[in-house]
Design a binder for this molecule. Structure first.
Ligand SMILES: Cc1cc2nc3c(=O)[nH]c(=O)nc-3n(C[C@H](O)[C@H](O)[C@H](O)COP(=O)(O)OP(=O)(O)OC[C@H]3O[C@@H](n4cnc5c(N)ncnc54)[C@H](O)[C@@H]3O)c2cc1C
Length: 381
């Protein structure tokens, strides 16, 4: 491992070039921060690029910026994926290309192919160990997302299943009948695309996630998924089984994907057989686990953050993206966690004494700089 010139200490390092990393990098530039790097172990937008080919955004894009309402899928002011992609529900690949376009347009200091293995703080300086060197930085923004860190455990035999995050296309899966474990957005998404090709799908859920009536799409199915579940082919081919908490998956052999009997056992003793590998739609452990020791933990296991999304025990370390939690607020959509980009950028610019250089931050992001700008109330109608 090569140690960077000890004289060279970046003002900030952003780890991750996804929607969160690119968005916060634009805000950092607006806040007058120049000497920073965005590191990605793969390339900008890599997680979106790896979505199943059929999967589309559930949040619609609309070019509403001209009247001051940012496109739901936009990560920067003056930007609208609806305008650039000309699609209301982009695919992952389309959105990845959009993010790469933003990185270029805003001339972000991206270093691709640079995986971060470890972050430590020595005195006032962070040491960011990458695949081939150690970078020094005054601040670190951790934005590694969730998709590349799927939750693959949780019950015996889970290794026999395939996680939705490892499926490149639903139309390439062999077999006619599928079991999906988990009835949240990813499970319904998998069931929808399989059923659209006439496949039979049984979705098992420990509760009945598809029935949740919250107006917050982080807590229940999105409008897009509700619409998709009303399609005749979905009703015809998909069986939704509530209160079926999976306890164990067994198989005679895991050598082939199709033709072997898999058995899924639930905690109330029910058995569901399948000729194809069960599909696990059980969510994500999240990349924040890599730096878990640098944050206090909330009761729900997520990192405890200050009002500025900074670690409460390691000053200068910030969290950005879907793992951000404040009270009962879950920031797992772009239109939610982008509200925090300017807060983080302002905190770093404050720390660097750049007050005079951040007019753009106030001009572009002022609406997000007050408090948590969401009312935090559920809709009643
Ligand atoms: C199927 C699916 C559908 C979704 N639909 C929507 C939707 O409709 N609307 C919406 O708002 N959100 C949606 N989401 C959530 C959205 O994808 C995430 O909020 C978003 O990807 C999070 O962005 P991120 O930048 O935090 O993480 P990512 O997009 O995962 O980016 C993280 C980046 O960090 C890099 N990285 C990871 N680990 C390291 C490391 N150790 N060192 C260096 N680089 C690293 C990765 O290569 C990656 O490029 C969906 C998610 C899924 C899985």
């Amino acid at each position: 491992m090569v140690m960077a010139d000890p004289g060279e200490t970046l003002d900030a390092v952003v780890v991750g070039g996804g929607a969160a990393g690119i968005g916060v990098a634009v805000a950092l530039k607006d806040a007058g921060v120049e000497d920073f790097a965005v590191l990605d172990r793969s390339r900008v937008g890599a997680s979106f690029e790896a979505w199943p080919a059929e999967t589309r955004f559930i949040t619609p894009s609309f070019p509403s910026n001209s009247i001051g309402m940012l496109d739901l899928n936009s990560v920067a002011i003056g930007v609208s994926p609806a305008y650039s992609i000309e699609t209301e529900h982009p695919t992952g690949k389309q959105y990845a290309a959009h993010l790469r376009g933003l990185a270029k347009y805003f001339e972000l200091p991206v270093r691709e192919g640079t995986g971060v293995l470890r972050v430590t703080k020595v005195g006032d300086v962070f040491c960011v160990d990458t695949d081939d060197e150690t970078l020094r930085a005054k601040h670190v923004v951790w934005a590694t997302g969730e998709f590349q860190y799927p939750r693959t455990n949780g019950f015996a035999g889970s290794e026999l299943c395939r996680h939705t995050a490892t499926i490149s296309r639903y139309d390439e899966l062999e077999g006619d009948e599928f079991l999906v474990i988990g009835g949240g957005e990813s499970g319904i998404d998998a069931a929808y695309y399989l059923a659209s090709r006439g496949k039979g799908v049984t979705v098992l859920d420990k509760g009945q996630a598809w029935e949740s009536r919250s107006s917050d799409p982080s807590l229940g199915p999105s409008t897009y998924s509700r619409m998709r579940m009303r399609q005749p082919f979905f009703r015809e081919h998909v069986e939704l089984v509530p209160y079926a908490a999976v306890e164990e998956v067994t198989a005679e052999t895991a050598e082939t994907d199709v033709g072997m009997p898999y058995v899924v056992l639930t905690d109330d003793g029910r058995r569901f057989g399948s000729d194809t590998r069960p599909i696990m739609a059980g969510g994500y452990a999240g990349g924040h686990r890599l730096v878990a020791d640098l944050f206090e933990r909330r009761e729900d296991g997520y990192p405890l953050l200050s009002e500025r999304d900074e670690s409460t025990i390691v000053p200068g370390l910030f969290l950005c993206g879907p793992a951000v939690r404040h009270g009962g607020q879950v920031f797992c959509f772009i239109y939610k966690y982008r509200q925090r980009f300017a807060v983080v950028a302002k905190a770093i610019s404050d720390s660097l004494g750049l007050e005079a250089a951040r007019l753009e931050l106030y001009r572009n992001w002022g609406m997000y700089l007050d408090d948590l700008s969401c009312c935090g109330q559920e809709c009643v109608c």
